[in-house]
Design a binder for this molecule. Structure first.
Ligand SMILES: Cc1cc2nc3c(=O)[nH]c(=O)nc-3n(C[C@H](O)[C@H](O)[C@H](O)COP(=O)(O)OP(=O)(O)OC[C@H]3O[C@@H](n4cnc5c(N)ncnc54)[C@H](O)[C@@H]3O)c2cc1C
Length: 469
C-alpha cells in the first residue's frame, strides 16, 4: 500500500475545512489543512459572518441611541460615531477568532500548510513550493463574490461585501445591488450609521428562497426603517466618475417587452455589488484528477460527500446547497467521520437560515409555498406584538409561523421575524430533527417571558387555540 504523508489533507480552512480537519485529527487520522489566506477561518471568520456581525451589532447600538429607542426607555443620549473604533473592534473580533482556530489546530495536531493548493494527481497536491500526498483529500475551498458583468469592483466606489465592511466613511447614498441576505445585512449597517440606502433587486421581492409572507413583511419593515427598494429592476450599467457612480436601471423584464418603462439612472457615492457567490474551483487543477464541476461550477458529491474520484471528497460552499457556515461545519464533521469509517450524516432538510438584520429573520424547513406543493398543510401564526417580552422590549415587529402537515401534524417549516429570530430558530430545527408535531411544540413548557414563547403560541395556533391572541 502506498505510504502517504497524511491520511487526510483538507484544502481550505473555512468553517467546512477547519472543522473537517479538527474532527479527522480527533478521530486519530494524520491530518493537514492547506490554506491560501494568511489566517485560518475562511470567508466566514475573515470577511463574512463574523466581521459583518461585528458591524451589525455595533450599528444596532448606534441606531438605538439615534432613533429614539433608548430615549423611550429613559436613556437620553446623542450618539457620536467613531467609525475607526467601530472598525477596530471588528478587526479585533476577527483576529481573536482566527487566532482561536490556529490554537485549535495546534491542540489537535492538525498541520497547517500555508499556500494555495492544486492537484498533481488524486493523491498528490502542490501547496506553494512543496508537494504533499494524502490518502484522502477534502476539497473545502468555499466561494467568492459573483461579479456583475461589466461592473468593475474598485473597493472604493464600487465595492463587494469585503469592501463594504471596510468603508472609511459613511456613504451619503449607498446603492445595494441584490436584495439577498448579504446586501440587506450590509445595507442595514450603513443605513443605521446614516447613509441613504437604495436596494435594487431583479426579482419582484427581496430574500429569494424565504417564505413568501416573510419576504413581504420583511420588505415592509425595511421600508419603514428607511431603505428604499427598486424591485423587478435590473442594473444594466455602472459608470464611475471620481467618487461618484451612476447606475443605469431598467425594468427586469426589459424595455423590449413593451412595458413602456424607459431606463433610468441613479447616482451614488457607494455601490455594493451583492448578487451572490460562486464556488472556488478555478485554481485547483481539477482536470488533473478528472473532476468536472457542474454547470453552476459546484462539485457534485454523494450523500457521504464523496466525489466521483476515489479518495476525493468535497464539502461546504463548493458543493450544492445553501452557502452557509453551519451547513459547511456539519458537512465537515460528517466527511471526517465518513473518512474514518463512521456514519457521518447531514440532514439537508433541516438547515436553518438567518438574516441578521433588525429584527432578525429566520427559517428552517419548507416555505408555505413549497409545503403546499407537496400536500395539504395547516399553518399557525403568532405576532411578536402579542409576545410579552417583545412588547416590553419595544420590539413589536414580526411574527412566527409554523407550517405542519395537515394529516400527520409533523412540522414541515418554521419562519420567524423577531429581534432574536436567529436564536429562536434553533429550537425549531431541533424539534424538526426529532420529527416533532406542532402539538409536541405546543405542549413543551417554554420559559416566560421569552421571545421563544411565540413559537409555542404559533404551534398552538396550528390547532386554532393560541392563548394570547
Ligand atoms: C459578508 C458575508 C456574511 C456572511 N454571513 C454569514 C452568516 O451570518 N451565517 C452563515 O452561515 N454564513 C454566512 N456567510 C457565508 C459563509 O461565510 C460561508 O457559507 C462559509 O464561509 C462557507 O464555508 P466554507 O468552509 O465552505 O468556505 P470558505 O469559508 O469560503 O473557506 C474556504 C477557504 O479556502 C481557501 N482556499 C480556496 N481555494 C484554495 C486553494 N486552492 N488552496 C488553499 N486554500 C484555498 C480560501 O482562502 C478560504 O479561506 C457570509 C458570507 C459573507 C460573504
Amino acid at each position: 500500500m502506498a505510504d502517504y504523508d497524511y491520511d487526510v489533507l483538507v484544502i481550505g480552512a473555512g468553517p467546512g475545512g477547519y472543522v473537517a480537519a479538527i474532527r479527522a485529527a480527533q478521530l486519530g487520522l494524520r491530518t493537514a489543512c492547506a490554506e491560501s489566506r494568511e489566517t485560518l477561518g475562511g470567508t466566514c471568520l475573515n470577511v463574512g459572518c463574523i466581521p459583518s456581525k461585528a458591524m451589525l451589532h455595533a450599528s444596532e447600538y448606534f441606531d438605538a441611541a439615534a432613533n429614539g429607542t433608548m430615549a423611550k426607555m429613559g436613556i437620553k443620549v446623542t450618539p457620536e460615531l467613531d467609525l475607526d473604533t467601530m472598525h477596530g473592534q471588528r478587526r479585533d473580533a476577527v483576529k481573536q477568532l482566527t487566532g482561536g482556530i490556529e490554537f485549535l489546530f495546534k491542540k489537535n495536531k492538525v498541520t497547517w500548510l500555508k499556500g494555495r493548493a492544486s492537484f498533481e494527481d488524486a493523491h498528490t497536491v502542490s501547496v506553494g513550493d512543496q508537494k504533499v500526498t494524502a490518502k484522502n483529500i477534502v476539497i473545502a475551498t468555499g466561494s467568492s463574490v459573483t461579479p456583475l458583468p461589466g461592473v468593475e469592483i474598485d473597493q472604493k466606489v464600487v465595492v463587494d461585501s469585503t469592501g463594504a465592511l471596510e468603508l472609511a466613511k459613511v456613504p451619503e447614498h449607498m446603492v445595494v445591488i441584490g436584495g439577498g441576505v448579504i446586501g440587506l445585512e450590509l445595507g442595514s449597517v450603513w443605513r443605521r450609521l446614516g447613509a441613504k440606502v437604495t436596494c435594487v433587486e431583479f426579482l419582484d421581492q427581496i430574500l429569494p428562497g424565504f417564505d413568501g409572507e416573510v419576504r413581504k413583511e420583511s420588505n415592509k419593515i425595511f421600508k419603514k426603517q428607511g431603505i428604499e427598494f427598486r424591485l423587478s429592476t435590473k442594473v444594466t450599467g455602472v459608470t464611475v466618475d471620481g467618487d461618484k457612480a451612476t447606475l443605469t436601471l431598467e425594468p427586469a423584464a426589459g424595455p423590449s417587452t413593451g412595458s413602456g418603462q424607459a431606463a433610468t439612472t441613479i447616482e451614488a457615492d457607494c455601490v455594493l455589488v451583492s448578487i451572490g457567490r460562486k464556488p472556488n474551483t478555478d485554481s485547483l487543477a481539477l482536470d488533473k484528477i478528472g473532476l468536472t464541476p457542474n454547470q453552476r461550477g459546484q462539485i457534485e458529491t454523494d450523500h457521504d460527500f464523496r466525489t466521483s474520484v476515489d479518495g476525493i471528497w468535497a464539502i461546504g460552499d463548493v458543493i450544492p446547497g445553501p452557502m452557509l457556515a453551519h451547513k459547511a461545519e456539519d458537512e465537515g464533521i460528517a466527511v471526517a467521520e465518513n473518512i474514518a469509517g463512521q456514519h457521518g450524516i447531514v440532514n439537508h432538510d433541516v438547515i436553518p437560515s438567518v438574516v441578521y438584520t433588525w429584527p432578525e429573520i429566520a427559517g428552517v424547513g419548507l416555505t408555505e409555498e413549497a409545503a403546499k406543493e407537496r400536500g395539504e398543510v395547516k399553518v399557525g401564526k403568532f405576532p411578536m406584538m402579542a409576545n410579552s417580552r417583545a412588547k416590553t422590549n419595544h420590539e413589536p415587529d414580526g411574527f412566527v409561523k409554523i407550517i405542519a402537515d395537515a394529516k400527520t401534524d409533523r412540522v414541515l417549516g418554521v419562519w420567524c421575524i423577531a429581534s432574536v429570530a436567529g436564536t429562536m430558530i434553533a429550537q425549531a430545527a431541533q424539534a424538526m430533527e426529532f420529527g416533532a408535531t406542532s402539538e409536541d411544540i405546543a405542549y413543551t413548557c417554554h420559559a416566560h417571558p421569552t421571545h421563544s414563547e411565540a413559537i409555542k403560541e404559533a404551534a398552538m395556533a396550528v390547532a386554532g387555540k393560541p392563548i394570547h391572541i
